[in-house]
Ligand binder design. Structure first.
Ligand code: SF4
Length: 334
C-alpha cells in the first residue's frame, strides 16, 4: 500500500473504513459491555479483557457488576471483598488497581479523556484510549495485540515499531465514530484475522490487505522470556477440617489467600520450620504460568494440630485452586 500515490491511498483508506465499519455493524458479537455507554462498565470490561478471554470474561463481568454496580459501590468495598469477587479471573493486580481507582474518583466520576484516564492506577495507553473512545467518543486510537496484528498484516510489516503502530492507527481512525472503529479493528483481529489460520476469504478488507497471501508471516513473533521457577506448597489439614491458609504478599497474588508456599532450594525446609514440622509427604506437582515465570510447585502434605479454614470463605487464586484440586478434589471452591 505504501507505493500507492497519496490520493489513491487516501481513497482506499476511506473505503477501508466504510467496509470495516459496515462489517462490524452487521457482525459484532453481542457482548454485555457493548450494550452500555456507562464509562465505569466499559472500564471494568476493558480491564478484564486485558488478560481474560472474551468467553470467560462474560461471567466475571456479570459477577463483578452485580457486586459493584458503580464506582461508589466498588470504592466502599474492602479489598478482600473485591478480590473474592475477582477470584478465578487471575492477574489480581487488575482488581486491586480498579479498587484504588474507584476510591480515587468515586466522587468526581471517571475523566473523559485518554490523557487523564492514563493517570489513574493500572490504566495503560490501550485501556485509556478504549474507554475514552467508546464511552466518551474521543477520537483516539486504541492499539492492543489484535489491532497490532491486523495493522501489520494490512500493510505487510513484519516488525511494526511502536511509533509506526501509533501513527498508522491514528491515521486510519474513523473520527466520526472512533469507539465503533476501535472495536471493529479489535473484532476483526479476534474473529477473522486470528493469529493462526486467519479467514482471509471472509475478511471485509481483504482487497486492501498487502499481507494476505502470507498472513501468518506478519507480524514476526515477539521473543518471550519466561523464567522456570521451582516452588513448594504445604497442605496442612486442620484438626477439625479445612486447611492452613496464609495471606499472600507481592505484585501478582498480594491480598489473596493460599497454601503456604516458598520458592528456591530451601523451600521445603523453610516451610517445615515455619510450622514446626519435621517432615511432609509428597502429594504431587502442579504447574502455573505467570507472564514472566512458569512455576512448578511440588505439593507436600502434613498433619496439623491447629485449626484450619474453609478456602471457599477466602479469595483464593487459580494457582491455589490447582493445589486444592490435588489435595481435596471434592472441595466446593472448585
Ligand atoms: S485479508 Fe487476511 S490477513 Fe488481511 S486483514 Fe483480512 S484476515 Fe487479516
Amino acid at each position: 500500500m505504501g507505493r500507492l500515490p497519496p490520493m489513491q491511498a487516501r481513497c482506499d483508506e476511506r473505503r477501508l473504513r466504510r467496509a470495516l465499519l459496515s462489517w462490524y455493524r452487521a457482525n459484532a458479537r453481542e457482548l454485555p459491555w457493548r450494550e452500555t455507554r456507562d464509562p465505569y462498565a466499559i472500564l471494568v470490561s476493558e480491564v478484564l479483557l486485558q488478560q481474560t478471554q472474551v468467553e470467560q470474561a462474560r461471567g466475571y463481568y456479570a459477577r463483578f457488576m452485580e457486586a459493584f454496580p458503580d464506582l461508589g459501590a466498588l470504592a466502599r468495598a474492602s479489598e478482600e471483598e473485591v478480590l473474592h469477587v475477582w477470584a478465578g479471573a487471575g492477574y489480581y493486580r487488575r482488581a486491586r488497581n480498579l479498587h484504588r481507582l474507584a476510591q480515587g474518583v468515586a466522587e468526581t466520576g471517571l475523566p473523559a479523556t485518554a490523557a487523564e484516564l492514563e493517570e489513574l492506577p493500572g490504566i495503560g495507553p490501550y485501556t485509556a484510549a478504549a474507554v475514552a473512545s467508546i464511552a466518551f467518543g474521543e477520537p483516539v486510537a486504541a492499539v492492543d495485540g489484535n489491532v497490532r496484528r491486523v495493522l501489520a498484516r494490512l500493510f505487510a510489516v513484519e516488525t511494526p515499531s511502536a511509533r509506526w503502530l501509533r501513527e498508522t492507527a491514528e491515521r486510519l481512525l474513523d473520527r466520526g465514530d472512533p469507539g465503533a472503529w476501535n472495536q471493529a479493528l479489535m473484532e476483526l483481529g479476534a474473529t477473522v484475522c486470528t493469529p493462526k489460520s486467519p479467514r482471509c476469504s471472509a475478511c471485509p478488507v481483504a482487497w486492501f490487505c498487502a499481507g494476505r497471501s502470507d498472513a501468518e508471516r506478519y507480524p514476526s513473533p515477539r521473543a518471550r522470556t519466561q523464567r522456570a521457577v521451582e516452588a513448594v506448597a504445604l497442605v496442612l489439614r486442620g484438626r477439625t477440617g479445612g486447611f492452613v491458609l496464609e495471606k499472600r504478599n507481592g505484585r501478582a497474588l498480594g491480598g489473596l489467600w493460599g497454601f503456604p508456599l516458598a520458592e528456591g532450594e530451601d523451600a521445603l525446609s523453610s516451610l517445615l520450620a515455619r510450622y514446626g514440622l519435621r517432615s511432609a509427604r509428597v502429594l504431587g506437582t502442579v504447574s502455573h504460568a505467570f507472564t514472566h515465570k512458569r512455576l512448578t510447585i511440588h505439593v507436600h502434605e502434613a498433619a496439623w494440630n491447629g485449626p484450619g479454614e474453609d478456602p471457599a470463605t477466602r479469595p483464593v487464586s487459580v494457582l491455589d485452586r490447582k493445589i486444592l484440586a490435588l489435595a481435596a478434589p471434592e472441595n466446593k471452591v472448585l
